[in-house]
Design a protein around this ligand. Structure first.
Ligand code: HEC
Ligand code: HEC
Ligand code: HEC
Ligand code: HEC
Length: 379
C-alpha cells in the first residue's frame, strides 16, 4: 500500500524523522549487532538493558529494576541507577528487570507511544506536540548522574533542569559514582576500570569529574543552553515542521547560528578543539608513561605505542591492568582522562571544565603543568 500524504510529514518523508533516525548510531548499532552475542548481554539481566534495551527507560520510570538488599536507587525517578547495597554496604548498580530481546534506542525508547497518539493505531494524521517524551521534562525536572555528595552516601547529583535535554542524560553518563569509586588505593584490575562509554553528561554538567581538593571548577557558556544536549544535537529542521533533527548528530550550522559562533565553519571554533586535544594527548602520554593505558582489547594489554599516543582515537583507550594500586589523585587523573576521551567531543561539551580537569590531572601525575597550558584556566 502506498504511503498516504498524511504519513509523509513529519515522519515518513524522504528526509523525515524515520530516515533521520535510521542515519543515527542509535539505529546503526542495532543493525550491526542484529542476532549477535552483544544483544544477549545488552538485554540480559546485567545492568546493560537499563540503557541498551528498547524498553530500558520505560522499565526504569516504572521503578522496575533489580537490586540487592533493601535500598533501591533513591533517585530512580530521575534516572539514578546506583544504590547502596544494604547487605554489603557497597555501591552497586541496579540491573535490568525487563524482558526485551531487542537492543536499540527506538522511537518508543524515548517517546511515550500509546493507543491515543500513535497514528498507526488511531488512523489519524500526526498532530504537533502529540509525541511526548517518557522522562520528565518540566521546568524544574532534572536527570541524575551517579556521583554522590559524600563517601558512604549514594544519592547521585542532579544534572540541572535541561527540559527535553533530560532525555539524553538518562543514558549518556558514566554509570560510576566517582565519589565512592575512587578510594585511597585503587587497583586497576580490569580494562574497563573507569567511566562507561558515552559519559557526556558528567562533563557537560561540570559536575561528574574527579575534583581535586582545594580547586574550584567552572562551566563554559554552553551550560546555559536551556535544552542542553538537544540544543546542539537536534537542531530544528525547517523543512520538517521545525522538529529537531533525529540523526542526533551535531550540525555546524547549529553552532553558527546568530548569537553563538556566527563565523564557525567546523566544530574546531577558533582552533580551541585542536588545542584541547593536544593537551589531552599530553595527559595521555603522562598516564601511558606510568603504565596505566592500553588500546589492546585482550591480554597482555600492551601500553600505547608512540603512534597511539599521538592519534585521535581517544575512545579506544582503556585502563591497563597493573600490579601497583593507584593513589586517589593518580586514579582521579586516569578517571578524568577516560571521561574526556570517552565523551568524544574533544572538549566542546564544556571547554573550561575540560581544561581545568586536564590541568589538575596532569599536575597530579607529573608535578608540573602541561606545556600547552602553562597556567590553570579561569573564567
Ligand atoms: C547508563 C546507561 C548505560 C548502561 C547501564 C550501559 N551502557 Fe553501554 N553505552 C551507553 C551509552 C550512552 C553508549 C554510547 C557511547 C557513545 O558512543 O558515546 C554505550 C556504549 C557501549 C558500548 C560501545 C558502543 C557500541 O554500542 O558498540 C559497549 C560495548 C557497551 N556500551 C556495553 C555495555 C555493557 C556490556 C553494559 C552492561 C554491563 C552497558 N553497556 C551498560 C550507556 C549505557
Ligand atoms: C534518543 C531519544 C529519541 C528517539 C530515539 C526519538 N526521539 Fe523523537 N524526539 C526526541 C526529543 C528530545 C524531541 C524534542 C526535540 C525538540 O524539541 O525539537 C523529539 C521530538 C519528536 C517529535 C516532535 C514532538 C511532538 O510531540 O510532536 C516527533 C513527532 C518525534 N520526536 C518522533 C519520533 C519518531 C517517529 C522517532 C523514531 C523514528 C523518534 N522520535 C525517536 C527524542 C527522541
Ligand atoms: C536509552 C538510552 C539512550 C538515550 C535515551 C539516548 N542515547 Fe544516545 N546512545 C545510546 C547508546 C547505547 C549509543 C550507542 C549506540 C547504540 O548502541 O545504540 C548511543 C549513541 C549516540 C550517539 C553516537 C555516538 C557515536 O559514537 O557515534 C549520539 C551522537 C547520541 N547517542 C546522542 C544522543 C542524544 C542527543 C540523545 C538525546 C536526544 C540520546 N543520545 C539519547 C543510548 C541512549
Ligand atoms: C554546545 C553544543 C553541544 C552540546 C550542548 C552537547 N554536545 Fe555533544 N557534541 C557536540 C559536538 C560539536 C560534537 C562533535 C565533536 C566532533 O565531532 O569533533 C559532539 C559529540 C557528541 C557525541 C559523539 C561522540 C563521538 O565519539 O562521536 C555524543 C555521544 C554526544 N556529543 C552526546 C551529547 C550529550 C549526551 C549531551 C548532553 C549531555 C551533549 N552531547 C551536549 C556538541 C554539543
Amino acid at each position: 500500500m502506498p504511503l498516504q500524504t498524511g504519513c509523509l510529514s513529519p515522519c515518513h518523508g524522504f528526509t523525515g524523522i524515520v530516515e533521520q533516525w535510521k542515519a543515527s548510531t542509535h539505529f546503526a548499532t542495532f543493525i550491526a549487532n542484529l542476532g549477535g552475542e552483544e544483544v544477549d548481554t545488552w538485554t540480559g539481566t546485567a545492568g546493560c538493558g537499563n540503557c541498551h534495551s528498547i524498553d530500558g527507560i520505560q522499565q526504569r520510570l516504572e521503578g522496575n529494576v533489580r537490586y540487592l538488599g533493601t535500598t533501591a536507587p533513591v533517585n530512580i525517578a530521575h534516572g539514578q541507577i546506583n544504590y547502596l547495597n544494604s547487605t554489603t554496604s557497597k555501591v552497586s548498580e541496579s540491573t535490568y528487570a525487563g524482558h526485551a530481546t531487542v537492543a536499540v534506542v527506538h522511537c518508543t525508547t524515548c517517546h511515550e507511544v500509546t493507543d491515543a497518539n500513535d497514528p498507526h493505531r488511531t488512523g489519524k494524521a500526526y498532530e504537533p506536540g502529540s509525541f511526548p517524551l517518557r522522562v520528565p521534562t518540566g521546568d524544574t525536572e532534572e536527570a541524575f548522574i551517579e556521583k554522590s555528595s559524600a563517601v558512604g552516601v549514594v544519592d547521585g547529583t542532579g544534572a540541572g533542569p535541561y527540559g527535553v535535554g533530560n532525555a539524553c542524560m538518562w543514558c549518556h553518563k558514566s554509570r560510576k559514582d566517582v565519589t565512592n569509586y575512587i578510594t585511597a588505593s585503587n587497583a586497576l584490575t580490569s580494562r574497563n576500570w573507569g567511566p562507561h562509554q558515552g559519559p557526556q553528561t558528567d562533563i557537560y554538567t561540570g559536575k561528574g569529574g574527579y575534583h581535586y581538593t582545594g580547586k574550584t571548577y567552572d562551566n563554559s557558556s554552553h551550560q546555559a543552553l536551556k535544552t542542553g544536549c538537544v540544543a546542539c544535537h537536534m537542531g530544528p529542521v525547517g523543512s520538517n515542521e521545525g522538529i529537531g533533527n533525529h540523526s542526533f548528530a551535531p550540525q555546524v550550522a547549529t553552532c553558527a547560528q546568530a548569537g553563538c559562533h556566527a563565523s564557525a565553519t567546523s566544530f574546531d571554533v577558533l582552533g580551541r578543539q585542536t588545542a584541547m586535544k593536544n593537551t589531552l594527548r599530553q595527559l595521555r602520554d603522562a598516564l601511558n608513561t606510568k603504565g596505566w593505558l592500553t588500546a589492546a582489547e585482550a591480554a597482555p594489554y600492551d601500553a600505547l605505542t608512540p603512534a597511539q599516543v599521538t592519534d585521535a582515537n581517544f575512545k579506544n583507550d582503556g585502563s591497563r591492568p597493573s600490579g601497583t594500586p593507584l593513589t586517589a589523585s593518580e586514579a582521579g587523573a586516569l578517571y578524568n582522562y577516560l571521561l574526556i576521551a570517552r565523551g568524544g567531543a574533544g572538549g566542546v561539551h564544556n571547554p573550561l571544565y575540560t581544561m581545568q580537569l586536564m590541568f589538575d590531572s596532569y599536575v597530579a601525575v607529573t608535578g608540573a603543568p602541561p606545556s600547552t597550558m602553562p597556567t590553570r584556566p579561569t573564567p
